[in-house]
Design a protein around this ligand. Structure first.
Ligand code: TXA
Ligand code: MG
Length: 519
């Protein structure tokens, strides 16, 4: 069991966030758990700023990290605390972005001023620069490297001080794998962990190249997103988009979501980006949110099923983000399942749905969210949620500072046809019950449990427990996989109970009720 402490530097790195235009900056420090090459506890970090991730393997740890952050900084150094120095460490690194320098001030003087202020000491003197080392960053799906300078200070009171100093990400440079290996030999051991992950990224890149080639040729491929896998094609090519509808058996009246690599790219395809939508995009993209915005002429009506609004989203999956950022067009992508059936949350689910009908399934592992994105639209000042997802109504209200309406039942006009009642369904009949005590127990009965113990009288292999603790996010990740697994057993019926009705639990209940209704 590996344990990692990640500090979300929303407070300390505010300047850097602005500089990077990133919402979350997660800093991974290697200072403490150096021996096992994993990241360690950051000292002096307030408890509420530390996110704890507990993982069974380094791979899992890495996947979780990459999925959860837009920007990772992996410190390449361990600080030697020599006895004669007082080491002042503020969360591992002294960060003085260029913007903080007063006019005409050198970085050394700025560092001195900062440390004196923060530590409440005076008379600090810079002695000399000790060395330069390197820090690696994972930002916008690329690794980059930044030179970091360490300074040696004399504190003229009684003790001496060594402090790290860095110059800001403006000096970062992109680098190749070979350059990285060379740098690694010059710098610290802890980078090996990062290097391993970097190699994995390299291995994936040949698959991304294939994906680009196929999409350029107008093919339809399966891509991972953080919500569910999508069936993707060039959104600007009516022929490519037509293939999506055919493969899925999807009615032409059901519009498709357009996926982009950045907010800037989204702006190229909408005629308006109202302030409220902008706020939501800044807060939640890349992430499991689809916005319905007025389309411009570049988006064919075929995508929107004749509507003047287009569904747009920037998904948060490293492979797909890299893919989207390398393409010269956005991709239309509905969930990669036959019309009406369960969305896939693993590459193997796509295989079950389409076999060899798609030339490539880009395997990005298990989807981190596991249910489809929250869909939000606007009518004048009114903010409306058309499909519930991981991002909750409450979260949207906190950003929009207004009441948010939920309109996810199909009325006279189906605004988002995902509202149609019977949807997201396994092949096996699904029944939602209040209590398992009432159900008929046979060898043909399947049960999906949230976090309860298995019940007796039904074979254990027919029962799936979604999570051990009261963890709705985990249940969300596992729900569709449970449908796929039980479908393989050809049972007569699957029973489940409602989830606790808060947070994503409400969205899960929405899905199971739609899945549970037949015809
Ligand atoms: O999480 C997701 O959104 C996934 C991944 C692949 O991004 N995609 C997804 O797409 O769930 P799909 O097509 O399975 O569901 C999209 C829903 C449909 O109910 C569709 O009718 C609605 O969004 N939708 C898309 N564009 C729309 C538009 N212009 N106006 C109204 N509804 C729209
Ligand atoms: Mg779908």
């Amino acid at each position: 069991m590996y344990k990692v402490f990640i500090e979300n530097r929303e407070v300390n790195f505010r300047n850097k966030q602005e500089e990077l235009n990133a919402e979350h900056v997660i800093y991974v420090n290697s200072n403490c758990s150096f021996e096992n090459e994993l990241v360690g506890l950051i000292r002096e970090t307030p408890e509420d700023k530390i996110v704890t991730l507990v993982c069974d393997s380094k791979e899992e740890l890495w996947n979780n990290l990459v999925k959860s952050c837009k920007f990772i900084q992996a410190a390449g150094g361990i600080v030697q605390c020599e006895n004669e120095y007082l080491f002042i460490e503020r969360n591992g690194m002294w960060d003085i972005p260029k913007g903080k320098l007063e006019s005409g001030e050198s970085i050394e003087v700025a560092a001195q001023r900062e440390i004196e202020e923060e530590c409440g000491i005076s008379g600090l003197e810079i002695n000399h620069k000790i060395c330069s080392t390197y820090h690696t960053y994972f930002f916008k799906n690329k690794w980059c490297l930044k030179e970091t300078h360490w300074f040696h200070f004399d504190y003229s009171g009684s003790k001496k001080t060594v402090c790290q100093q860095e110059e800001g990400i403006t000096k970062a440079s992109w680098f190749t794998k070979n350059e990285f290996v060379e740098i690694e030999s010059r710098t610290f051991q802890s980078i090996r962990f990062v290097l391993k992950s970097f190699q994995e990224t390299i291995e994936n890149s040949s698959e991304i190249d294939r994906a680009i080639q196929l999409l350029n040729q107008g093919e339809c491929i399966a891509i991972p997103t953080e919500t569910v896998y999508g069936l993707a094609a060039n959104a600007l090519s009516t022929q490519a988009v037509a293939k999506i509808f055919t493969l899925k058996n999807r009615p032409q009246t059901n519009p498709l979501i357009v996926h982009c690599g950045t907010i800037e790219q989204v702006k190229e395809f909408v005629s308006e980006f109202p302030p409220m939508a902008r706020k939501l995009a800044n807060q939640f993209w890349p992430g499991p949110l689809t916005l319905l915005l007025p389309k411009n002429d570049k988006i064919p009506y075929q995508i929107t099923a004749g509507s003047d609004r287009v569904g747009v989203r920037v998904p948060n999956h490293p492979l797909t983000l890299e893919l989207l950022q390398k393409l010269t067009f956005p991709v239309a992508a509905p969930s990669a399942n036959k019309y009406g059936s369960i969305s896939p949350t693993r590459a193997e689910h796509v295989k079950i749905q389409f076999g060899d009908q798609v030339p490539l399934i880009l395997d990005g592992g298990e989807c981190a969210v596991g249910i489809e994105s929250t869909i939000v639209g606007f009518e004048g000042d009114k903010v409306i949620v058309y499909r519930l997802g991981q991002i909750t109504v409450e979260q949207i209200e906190r950003v929009c500072l207004t009441t948010v309406y939920v309109q996810n039942e199909a009325g006279e006009i189906i605004v988002a046809p995902g509202m149609v009642k019977h949807h997201y369904a396994p092949k096996t009949t699904l029944k939602i019950v209040g209590d398992f005590a009432q159900i008929e127990l046979t060898d043909q009965t399947g049960i999906i449990l949230f976090n309860e113990k298995m019940i007796s009288g039904i074979p254990a292999e027919n029962q799936l427990i979604l999570c051990e603790k009261n963890d709705l996010e985990e249940a969300s990740r596992k729900l569709y996989d449970a449908f796929y697994q039980l479908d393989k057993l050809n049972l007569a019926v699957i029973y489940m109970k409602e989830f606790p009705s808060y947070g994503i639990g409400k969205s899960l209940n929405d899905r199971i009720h739609r899945a549970g209704l037949k015809g």
